[in-house]
Write a protein that binds this ligand. Structure first.
Ligand SMILES: Nc1nc2c(ncn2[C@@H]2O[C@H](COP(=O)(O)OP(=O)(O)O)[C@@H](O)[C@H]2O)c(=O)[nH]1
Ligand SMILES: [Mg+2]
Length: 586
């Protein structure tokens, strides 16, 4: 059914700052693996990963894309991620799907912000990491200097596994077969440093190495190499040029021979139940299914696609899967692989595979799919995304498009973990928030191009909150003679500031039962209402009402309706803040 095994799968995310050449590198890898007749170019808009019209127009990746291929007995799932900080959420979201995070560094510009942030994320998650230095063909690059910079920034465990040679038109292997000359550094010394680092994680091998000298076979080194990767004791560095293809064949060889497969690596455990007990998925095709949805795409043709990584068990077209704690399963019917914009249908997915199902409305990013109620209540440790702070108040440009706007935003929120929507009751605005102006601009452009929806935007009003800074006391007498019984009420109130985040506190200072206790909840309700209805919602205050005073002045008598809130006028709160005459500061 499946032509490969879990052991032959390699899941690799290419991350790094924009323009490092990740999308171009995917092209070159696919070409060298025989999947493409000729590599495409970002400038020509014909790459596998930047297939979206918007990406073609801007010549930049705006979303993650997947490409898969088989080569030399391995099945590789490559995930290309956008590199600008404005879209970093998409890159963070795919980390749980892979064993290896390959950090691509632009040889021309060196280590940049996103490179560093994603390296930190991968380190926190204890994922195997490798560094790919791209653009070695470019002019004026200082590769020895960059190597120094990489080791200074990410540690001495970053060691080259090959070195540029013949004026950066090729690379020379320093691990399997260290022979030849490089453009800088000694191949022999680089090889020794690498082997020393690898054997350090295995005492037996270390003893053998000391006996045997340098003659350890690469096969003897696979397990300790993988262990060194897992423990972060080694971060191999490869040199490539995605444009000329230098080092790409060697990179494929490293994927096949050295990178962890899904039975290796450092998969993050799932958490089970309320006690969040750790559960390690077993990458065994015979076990119950556990799969994690790491991405949702709203495809214009297929509809909603839930893209997931299978961690345990086998999913076939006949599988019935539960979504999270849902009681009702859905039938898979069609199982897809993802390759750029293509979605070839496959018969089954095994542990380690990345697959997708279409048109299942209840699938959302981060849900766990499983096929047994034994696996209910399984979830993943939440990923932390940057908080979307940049906001724009939006509304449909055409009257009658309000529902369409709501549906479209819902779709965009499903796809992007760093978008947020708020309805502010006070300013009566709908505010879309993202990581930056560029992030929102691209989102609004997508709305227009993909969904043909035009919106009007403006900077959001600031929903101020008010508080009081010092104690104040107030008094108000309410008298209304409208014939009949009339109304009379008298309020004495003291307000005091509370510490930040302390909220609202109501303290009754009634002494001697001058106000029946049954009225106090209504008094409190009235005060809360006054805070809420103030021009800007009042926060952080303690209210003491009424003040201890003589029986004759503490009457609060809602004569008509005992249950209605007492007459504490909002204006009182306002005058308190403005220091009007009926309030005296204490
Ligand atoms: N000289 C040179 N340019 C490259 C190389 N790889 C990519 N580029 C160029 O760098 C630019 C950004 O490439 P792209 O793949 O979009 O980078 P990404 O943002 O990391 O995906 C494009 O103009 C590519 O043609 C390379 O190896 N050498
Ligand atoms: Mg790209």
């Amino acid at each position: 059914m499946v032509s490969y095994t879990t052991e032959s799968i390699r899941n690799i995310a290419l991350v790094g700052h924009g323009v490092a050449g990740k999308t171009t590198l995917v092209e070159s890898i696919l070409y060298h693996a025989g999947k493409l007749a000729a590599p495409g170019a970002v400038e020509k808009g014909n790459t596998v990963c930047d297939f979206d019209p918007q990406e073609k127009m801007h010549q930049h990746s705006l979303d993650t894309a997947l490409a898969c291929f088989d080569h030399a007995g391995i099945h590789v799932n490559l995930i290309d991620t956008p590199g600008f900080p404005d879209f970093i959420g998409q890159a963070i979201a795919v980390l749980p799907a892979v064993e290896t995070v390959a950090v691509v560094i632009n040889a021309q510009t060196g280590i940049e912000a996103v490179t560093q942030r994603l390296m930190e994320r991968a380190t926190e998650r204890q994922q195997c990491r490798m560094i790919i230095v791209n653009k070695i063909d470019a002019e004026n690059v200082d590769l020895p200097g960059l190597l120094e910079q990489i080791q200074d920034t990410f540690g001495r465990e970053c060691l080259p596994i090959n070195l540029p040679a013949q004026n950066s038109t090729s690379v020379v292997d320093c691990f399997f077969n260290p022979a030849g000359n490089s453009d800088f550094s000694s191949v022999a010394a680089t090889h020794s440093a690498l082997i020393d680092q690898v054997v350090e994680v295995d005492e037996e091998l270390m003893a053998l190495y000391l006996e045997q000298g340098e003659d350890l076979q690469p096969e003897q080194l696979h397990a300790p190499f993988e262990k060194a990767l897992r423990e972060g004791h080694l971060i191999p560095i490869c040199f490539v040029s995605a444009r000329t293809g230098a080092g790409v064949r060697e990179l494929l060889d490293i994927f096949a021979r050295l990178l962890p497969n899904p039975t290796e690596g450092n998969p993050e455990p799932f958490l089970k139940g309320e006690s969040a007990e750790e559960l390690h998925a077993i990458p065994d095709p015979q076990q119950h299914v556990i799969a994690h949805v790491f991405k949702v795409v709203i495809d214009p043709f297929i509809g909603k696609l839930g893209i997931f990584r299978i961690h345990q068990g086998t999913i076939t077209k006949d599988s019935s899967l539960f979504i999270g704690d849902g009681r009702k399963p859905f039938k898979v019917s069609h199982l897809f692989q993802i390759h750029g914009k293509e979605h070839p249908e496959i018969a089954a997915g095994i542990p380690g595979d990345i697959c997708a199902v279409a048109k299942i409305d209840d699938i959302h990013r981060d849900v766990v799919l499983h096929d047994s109620h034994d696996e209910d209540q399984i979830h993943t440790r939440p990923l932390h995304f940057p908080v979307p702070l940049f906001g724009l108040a939006i509304r449909a440009a055409t009257r009658g498009d309000e529902q369409k706007l709501s549906d479209t935003i819902h779709k965009l929120l499903e796809e992007d973990p760093c978008l947020n929507l708020e309805h502010n009751a006070h300013t009566k605005e709908t505010v879309l928030r993202g990581l930056s102006e560029l992030h929102l601009r691209m989102t609004l452009e997508k709305m227009q191009q993909r969904y043909n929806l035009h919106v009007e935007t403006k900077p959001p009003k600031i929903a101020y909150k008010e508080t009081i800074s010092q104690n104040a006391e107030g008094h108000h007498r309410h008298k209304k003679q409208t014939g009949g019984a009339g109304q009379f009420g008298e309020v004495f109130m003291r307000i005091e500031p509370l510490p930040r985040d302390a909220g609202f506190e109501f303290v009754s200072a009634v002494v001697g039962g001058t106000i029946p206790t049954s009225f106090l909840p209504a008094v409190e309700k009235g005060v809360r209402e006054a805070c809420r209805k103030a021009q800007w919602p009042a926060i952080r205050c303690r209210t003491c009402a009424p003040l201890p005073t003589t029986a004759s002045t503490t009457r609060l008598t809602p004569r008509k309706s005992p249950s209605s809130p007492p007459a504490v006028k909002p204006s009182l709160m306002r005058s308190a803040r403005r220091g009007r005459s009926c309030w005296s500061r204490s």
